[in-house]
Ligand binder design. Structure first.
Ligand SMILES: [Fe+2]
Length: 299
């Protein structure tokens, strides 16, 4: 078990994606997720908000779908200059940028292992465009799953430098880490590629999975998996593709991690007591045992 839990960041702030068809991608997030367009950049970027922060998602025109960067919110006592210096002492590139995007006055742009670009910031504007009351309308961006070719180094960056807590892994491939009370804020997938695996939005409560699925269906979007309960994190989750085939997760009931105890708060659906960080098997994805490859029609 780790000795102390004092991460330099406390939440995922935003994800920026490159898209070959920005209007099509934007329409999905505006209409089907109920996001609001808050600003546009000179490069054609659009900044989308779930309802409070200036942006939770950035879309930028690109030749093909791309994970451009992710943004993490620094704790108030972490000074940008000190943070950039400490990153450089690791041998990584850290650049302090001012006014590189609307809503965020200053970021430290870090080139993390495996080609992942991370922006760290101390403050983001909160114009509060308002939450939508229809459709999926998630309440927050919770985590991002990143496929990375230098996974061990990236995990070390999150755990040893940023101070994340390693919670679980699945077959040593998917590695879950947190910087707050949620079971995971990043999921680092070790594989020979550098791209996003999925971005995950929290819904209001588990009944909203039905509302979200109905809203997607009206838009002609099928679910890929779920809703069902995961093992690692025990979140009730569903997945769909956005128009660029970027996988989007909706989740609720994520395990609440208690770093002081090195375990998740006990829940009736847990298979282990205490629910401490563990390694799950490659087929242990679904706590309810449903096999979504099962053909219900032919039995
Ligand atoms: Fe996820």
């Amino acid at each position: 078990m780790q000795e102390k839990f004092d991460p330099k960041v406390f939440q995922l702030g935003y994800v920026a994606l490159g898209t070959p068809d920005i209007q099509r991608a934007k329409d999905h997030y505006l209409k089907n997720l109920g996001m609001t367009e808050v600003a546009q950049g000179d490069d054609g970027s659009v900044y989308l908000s779930l309802g409070y922060n200036h942006h939770d998602l950035v879309l930028r025109p690109a030749q093909q779908k791309t994970l451009l960067h992710v943004g993490f919110h620094l704790k108030p006592h972490v000074m940008v200059g000190d943070f950039a210096r400490d990153v450089r002492e690791l041998g990584l590139t850290a650049t302090v940028k001012t006014d590189n995007q609307p809503g965020v006055a200053e970021v430290v742009e870090v080139e993390a292992p495996g080609g992942l670009v991370i922006e760290f910031y101390g403050a983001i504007a909160a114009p509060v465009p308002g939450f939508k009351q229809t459709g999926a309308s998630p309440v927050r961006l919770g985590h991002v799953a990143i496929i990375n070719p230098d996974g061990d180094k990236l995990i070390a960056f999150f755990r040893d430098f940023l101070g994340f807590w390693f919670t679980d892994d699945i077959a040593g491939i998917a590695n879950f880490l947190t910087c707050n009370r949620e079971h995971h804020v990043v999921n680092i997938v070790k594989a020979p590629a550098s791209r996003v695996h999925h971005i995950a939005f929290e819904l209001r409560d588990s009944s909203c999975h039905v509302i979200a699925a109905d809203a997607l269906r009206v838009a002609g979007v099928n679910l890929l998996w779920g809703p069902s309960r995961h093992t690692a994190g025990h979140n009730v989750a569903s997945y769909h593709h956005d128009p660029d085939k970027v996988m989007v997760e909706f989740y609720t009931e994520m395990d609440a991690f208690v770093p002081e105890l090195g375990m998740s708060e006990p829940r009736p659906w847990h298979e282990h007591f205490p629910m401490k960080p563990r390694s799950w098997g490659p087929t242990e994805l679904n706590a309810w045992g449903a096999d979504f490859a099962f053909n219900l029609a032919t039995g």
